[in-house]
Unconditional design. Structure first.
Length: 206
Protein backbone atom coordinates (compact mmCIF):
# COMPACT_ATOMS: atom_id res chain seq x y z
CA UNK A 1 0.00 0.00 0.00
CA UNK A 2 2.73 2.45 1.00
CA UNK A 3 4.72 1.47 -2.08
CA UNK A 4 1.79 2.43 -4.29
CA UNK A 5 1.38 5.76 -2.49
CA UNK A 6 5.09 6.43 -2.91
CA UNK A 7 4.97 5.64 -6.62
CA UNK A 8 1.95 7.90 -7.09
CA UNK A 9 3.64 10.77 -5.23
CA UNK A 10 6.82 10.39 -7.27
CA UNK A 11 4.77 10.34 -10.48
CA UNK A 12 2.94 13.52 -9.42
CA UNK A 13 6.24 15.27 -8.69
CA UNK A 14 7.76 14.18 -12.00
CA UNK A 15 4.73 15.20 -14.06
CA UNK A 16 4.39 18.52 -12.22
CA UNK A 17 8.07 19.30 -12.71
CA UNK A 18 7.85 18.47 -16.41
CA UNK A 19 4.79 20.70 -16.84
CA UNK A 20 6.48 23.57 -15.00
CA UNK A 21 9.65 23.33 -17.10
CA UNK A 22 7.63 23.16 -20.32
CA UNK A 23 5.43 26.10 -19.26
CA UNK A 24 8.49 28.19 -18.40
CA UNK A 25 10.07 27.37 -21.76
CA UNK A 26 6.87 28.32 -23.60
CA UNK A 27 6.55 31.56 -21.63
CA UNK A 28 10.13 32.48 -22.54
CA UNK A 29 9.46 31.77 -26.20
CA UNK A 30 6.30 33.91 -26.08
CA UNK A 31 8.48 37.02 -25.72
CA UNK A 32 9.53 36.65 -29.35
CA UNK A 33 6.84 34.72 -31.19
CA UNK A 34 3.35 33.24 -31.07
CA UNK A 35 2.92 30.05 -29.05
CA UNK A 36 0.18 27.44 -28.84
CA UNK A 37 -1.96 26.82 -25.75
CA UNK A 38 -0.77 30.02 -24.07
CA UNK A 39 -3.76 30.05 -21.71
CA UNK A 40 -3.13 26.52 -20.45
CA UNK A 41 0.55 27.17 -19.81
CA UNK A 42 -0.29 30.47 -18.09
CA UNK A 43 -2.67 28.58 -15.78
CA UNK A 44 0.06 26.07 -14.97
CA UNK A 45 2.46 28.84 -13.97
CA UNK A 46 -0.25 30.55 -11.92
CA UNK A 47 -1.00 27.31 -10.07
CA UNK A 48 2.66 26.72 -9.19
CA UNK A 49 3.57 30.41 -8.91
CA UNK A 50 4.80 30.50 -5.30
CA UNK A 51 7.20 27.52 -5.50
CA UNK A 52 8.46 28.68 -8.90
CA UNK A 53 8.97 32.19 -7.56
CA UNK A 54 10.98 30.87 -4.61
CA UNK A 55 13.31 29.08 -7.03
CA UNK A 56 13.73 32.21 -9.15
CA UNK A 57 14.33 34.26 -6.01
CA UNK A 58 17.21 32.00 -5.05
CA UNK A 59 18.79 31.27 -8.41
CA UNK A 60 17.63 33.99 -10.82
CA UNK A 61 15.46 37.13 -10.81
CA UNK A 62 11.76 37.00 -9.95
CA UNK A 63 11.17 39.92 -12.33
CA UNK A 64 12.12 37.60 -15.18
CA UNK A 65 9.40 35.15 -14.15
CA UNK A 66 6.77 37.90 -14.02
CA UNK A 67 7.89 39.25 -17.40
CA UNK A 68 7.50 35.83 -19.00
CA UNK A 69 4.11 35.25 -17.40
CA UNK A 70 2.73 38.64 -18.46
CA UNK A 71 3.85 37.99 -22.04
CA UNK A 72 2.15 34.58 -22.00
CA UNK A 73 -1.07 35.97 -20.51
CA UNK A 74 -1.19 38.80 -23.04
CA UNK A 75 -0.96 36.25 -25.82
CA UNK A 76 -3.65 34.09 -24.22
CA UNK A 77 -6.02 37.02 -23.57
CA UNK A 78 -5.71 39.07 -26.73
CA UNK A 79 -8.58 37.59 -28.73
CA UNK A 80 -10.93 37.65 -25.75
CA UNK A 81 -9.94 41.24 -24.93
CA UNK A 82 -10.84 42.43 -28.42
CA UNK A 83 -14.40 41.22 -27.79
CA UNK A 84 -14.82 43.17 -24.53
CA UNK A 85 -17.20 46.13 -24.49
CA UNK A 86 -16.68 48.02 -21.22
CA UNK A 87 -12.96 48.60 -20.72
CA UNK A 88 -10.90 50.11 -17.95
CA UNK A 89 -7.42 51.59 -18.21
CA UNK A 90 -5.73 51.14 -14.83
CA UNK A 91 -2.49 53.08 -14.46
CA UNK A 92 -0.12 53.48 -11.47
CA UNK A 93 0.18 56.66 -9.42
CA UNK A 94 3.98 56.36 -9.54
CA UNK A 95 3.90 57.96 -13.01
CA UNK A 96 2.44 61.26 -11.79
CA UNK A 97 4.35 64.48 -11.11
CA UNK A 98 6.03 64.83 -7.72
CA UNK A 99 4.05 68.03 -7.13
CA UNK A 100 0.77 66.56 -8.36
CA UNK A 101 -2.20 68.59 -7.02
CA UNK A 102 -4.74 65.78 -7.49
CA UNK A 103 -6.51 64.43 -4.38
CA UNK A 104 -6.84 60.76 -3.51
CA UNK A 105 -10.26 59.10 -3.36
CA UNK A 106 -11.40 55.54 -2.75
CA UNK A 107 -11.27 55.06 -6.52
CA UNK A 108 -7.72 56.34 -6.91
CA UNK A 109 -6.08 59.65 -7.74
CA UNK A 110 -8.56 62.17 -9.15
CA UNK A 111 -6.60 63.78 -11.99
CA UNK A 112 -7.00 67.56 -12.33
CA UNK A 113 -5.69 67.56 -15.92
CA UNK A 114 -3.09 70.14 -14.89
CA UNK A 115 -0.62 69.03 -17.57
CA UNK A 116 2.27 68.43 -15.16
CA UNK A 117 2.51 64.77 -16.14
CA UNK A 118 1.47 62.42 -18.91
CA UNK A 119 -1.91 61.58 -17.35
CA UNK A 120 -3.69 64.55 -18.96
CA UNK A 121 -2.77 63.30 -22.41
CA UNK A 122 -3.37 59.70 -21.44
CA UNK A 123 -6.91 60.37 -20.25
CA UNK A 124 -7.77 62.02 -23.57
CA UNK A 125 -6.39 59.08 -25.53
CA UNK A 126 -8.11 56.59 -23.21
CA UNK A 127 -11.47 58.21 -23.86
CA UNK A 128 -10.75 58.29 -27.59
CA UNK A 129 -10.22 54.52 -27.57
CA UNK A 130 -13.21 53.85 -25.33
CA UNK A 131 -11.50 53.30 -21.96
CA UNK A 132 -12.39 54.67 -18.54
CA UNK A 133 -9.09 55.59 -16.89
CA UNK A 134 -8.28 55.27 -13.21
CA UNK A 135 -5.01 56.18 -11.49
CA UNK A 136 -4.50 53.66 -8.70
CA UNK A 137 -2.12 53.42 -5.77
CA UNK A 138 -2.75 49.81 -4.77
CA UNK A 139 -4.94 46.73 -5.13
CA UNK A 140 -7.50 48.05 -2.62
CA UNK A 141 -8.37 50.82 -5.09
CA UNK A 142 -8.92 48.25 -7.82
CA UNK A 143 -11.41 46.37 -5.66
CA UNK A 144 -13.49 49.54 -5.27
CA UNK A 145 -13.24 50.35 -8.98
CA UNK A 146 -14.34 46.86 -10.03
CA UNK A 147 -17.36 47.10 -7.74
CA UNK A 148 -18.26 50.49 -9.22
CA UNK A 149 -17.72 49.65 -12.90
CA UNK A 150 -19.32 46.74 -14.74
CA UNK A 151 -16.17 46.21 -16.77
CA UNK A 152 -15.36 43.07 -18.73
CA UNK A 153 -11.89 44.18 -19.83
CA UNK A 154 -8.97 45.98 -18.18
CA UNK A 155 -5.84 47.33 -19.84
CA UNK A 156 -3.18 47.48 -17.15
CA UNK A 157 -0.07 49.64 -16.93
CA UNK A 158 2.45 48.74 -14.21
CA UNK A 159 5.69 46.92 -13.51
CA UNK A 160 5.58 43.26 -14.50
CA UNK A 161 5.22 42.07 -10.90
CA UNK A 162 2.10 44.19 -10.37
CA UNK A 163 0.76 43.28 -13.80
CA UNK A 164 1.05 39.59 -13.07
CA UNK A 165 -0.55 39.97 -9.65
CA UNK A 166 -3.51 42.03 -10.86
CA UNK A 167 -4.02 39.75 -13.85
CA UNK A 168 -4.43 36.80 -11.50
CA UNK A 169 -6.78 38.78 -9.27
CA UNK A 170 -9.05 40.10 -12.03
CA UNK A 171 -9.26 36.72 -13.75
CA UNK A 172 -11.19 35.47 -10.71
CA UNK A 173 -13.70 38.25 -11.37
CA UNK A 174 -14.07 37.26 -15.04
CA UNK A 175 -12.38 40.43 -16.26
CA UNK A 176 -10.13 39.95 -19.28
CA UNK A 177 -6.79 41.70 -18.86
CA UNK A 178 -3.91 42.85 -21.02
CA UNK A 179 -0.71 44.29 -19.57
CA UNK A 180 1.63 47.05 -20.74
CA UNK A 181 4.83 47.14 -18.63
CA UNK A 182 6.56 50.30 -17.45
CA UNK A 183 10.04 51.09 -18.69
CA UNK A 184 11.37 51.18 -15.13
CA UNK A 185 10.33 50.01 -11.68
CA UNK A 186 9.97 52.24 -8.64
CA UNK A 187 7.61 54.19 -6.42
CA UNK A 188 7.92 57.48 -8.32
CA UNK A 189 9.18 58.93 -11.62
CA UNK A 190 8.31 55.76 -13.52
CA UNK A 191 7.84 55.99 -17.28
CA UNK A 192 6.07 54.19 -20.09
CA UNK A 193 6.74 53.85 -23.79
CA UNK A 194 3.73 55.96 -24.75
CA UNK A 195 3.86 55.09 -28.43
CA UNK A 196 3.73 51.42 -27.48
CA UNK A 197 0.68 52.04 -25.26
CA UNK A 198 -1.15 53.74 -28.14
CA UNK A 199 -0.10 50.92 -30.46
CA UNK A 200 -1.55 48.37 -28.02
CA UNK A 201 -4.83 50.29 -27.86
CA UNK A 202 -4.94 50.34 -31.65
CA UNK A 203 -4.35 46.59 -31.89
CA UNK A 204 -6.97 45.83 -29.26
CA UNK A 205 -9.69 47.76 -31.04
CA UNK A 206 -12.77 45.80 -32.08
Amino acid sequence: MYDIIGIVLVAIVVVSSALIILALLISRISLNRQVWLAGIFADILDFFYLPIKSVFHRYADTRTLDTWMVSLKNMANRDAFVKTEHRLLLVPHCMRSLDCPAPSTRFGIECRLCGKCIFSRMREDAERFGYTMYIVAGSSYIRHIVKKESADGALLVACNYELNKVMRSLKRKNIVTYGVPLLNDGCYNTEIDYENLIDVMERLRE
